[in-house]
Design a protein around this ligand. Structure first.
Ligand SMILES: [Zn+2]
Length: 397
């Protein structure tokens, strides 16, 4: 009998939890058993790690193999445990020395040919590993720049399983992390929109400036063409860059959502999300069964959530925003787990005064709907939602 241990990290919401991966090799009919609440993806990883080991030039042990992931009560999902499972098996089979696994955590999905594939949630995983005092983190090469954002983390980028095994056997040094300086904002993040582009509309510009300065929620009402969207689009450009802590918080959400570019992973500008009015509650607050992903409200954390034509959103979607507006967090509960995401965003609502989307004009040229229709339309924005909005401004055409 041979036993080996490796460590990995499970990410629930935006929080990492250390996972102990144990591999036990015993005599008996060759087979692989997984224990510790694995989901379907983990069962598939059985075939992936076996193929990856063989295609990396190593023999798959013809023994009765038991792989356990602990604590068993912690929900584990996704493919990020492949690498830890493979090195645990190979350590139990005496391919790599057990002490080489002690001071490391292993994060990554294995392709059948042995390449290590990028996974989501590397930043929160490495934050956890560093906080727990783990010396080195082995992560997919594509996630290495993201992992290196964590102060004090010693990152070992993994290109393929064979490369990881050479490092563990002391035959090669780990590759360096090659990435541009993480503080440079990507071109897409540099605000290019300026309030100076908005002609007239002094009231609207003042409202946007006050909202930006004080972090207030904002409701703009006005006929089509009055510049509501133009004004909202320019609000992020007025906000200051995120400080270090806020950057890491926002980057962690984007990491779990799978939205980080691998070359410039740090989010330094306040994010801006503008969902269509057909957005479902799940799209806004987060969804998923095995792995729970943050929705648009969380992706707008420390930035702007803009709902254009707000009365057109369905009631459930608008009501779903009440929890984050009250608490700054969103909880998504599933059968086996509850994920918590930060969602402290600035809400900007825009609405036409009437469902016909025309301005009141001279007789026969504009909206002639009865005032009851107009009142009912705006009443779709429920009281509890509008009560939280400090600045409400009516724009003229
Ligand atoms: Zn009308």
């Amino acid at each position: 009998m041979a036993l080996a241990r490796a460590r990995a990290v499970a990410v629930l919401g935006v929080e990492g939890h250390l996972v102990e991966v144990e591999a036990d090799l015993a005599d008996g009919l060759p087979r692989l058993t997984l224990i510790g609440l694995p989901d379907t993806a983990l069962h598939e990883s059985r075939d992936r790690i076996r193929a990856a080991v063989v295609n990396s030039g190593h023999k798959w042990p013809d023994r009765r193999i038991t792989l356990g992931l602990f604590p068993a009560t912690l929900p584990k999902a996704g493919s990020g445990f492949d690498l830890a499972m493979a090195v645990a098996v190979l350590s139990a089979a005496a391919v790599v020395p057990p002490e080489s696994l002690l001071r490391r955590v292993f994060i990554g999905e294995l392709a059948l040919d042995g390449r290590v594939r990028a996974v989501r949630g590397v930043l929160p995983a490495v934050l956890k590993a560093a906080a727990a005092g783990v010396e080195r983190v082995v992560v997919p090469a594509a996630n290495a720049a993201e992992a290196a954002l964590v102060p004090g983390a010693r990152v070992e980028p993994a290109i393929d399983l064979a490369g990881v095994l050479s490092v563990l056997r002391g035959e090669a040094a780990a590759p360096e992390v090659t990435a541009p300086p993480p503080t440079a904002p990507t071109p897409a993040e540099v605000p290019g929109l300026d309030l100076a582009d908005v002609a007239g509309q002094t009231r609207g510009r003042l409202a946007v400036e006050v909202a930006a300065a004080g972090g207030h929620h904002l409701f703009m009402q006005g006929p089509p063409g009055s510049g509501k969207t133009m004004l909202a689009d320019r609000l992020p450009g007025l906000l200051p860059m995120l400080d270090t802590d806020a950057s890491l918080e926002v980057t962690a959400v984007h990491s779990v959502a799978g939205l980080l570019p691998s070359n410039a992973p740090l989010v330094t500008r306040p994010p801006y999300r503008s969902p269509h009015h057909s957005a479902t509650p799940a799209a806004l607050i987060g969804s998923g069964s095995a792995v729970i992903r943050p929705g648009l409200a969380s992706q707008a954390h420390r930035g702007i959530l803009f709902l254009d034509e707000a009365p057109e959103f369905n009631r459930q979607s608008l009501d779903a925003l009440r929890q984050p507006l009250e608490s700054g967090t969103i909880e998504v509960a599933r059968a086996r787990a509850t994920a918590r995401f930060p969602a402290r965003f600035q809400l900007v609502l825009a609405a036409n005064p009437c469902p016909c989307a025309k301005a009141r004009g001279p007789r026969g040229t504009g909206c002639e709907c009865p005032s009851l229709v107009r009142r009912r339309y705006l009443a779709r924005l429920s009281g509890p939602l509008l009560d939280r909005i400090d600045i409400q401004v009516a724009l003229s055409a």
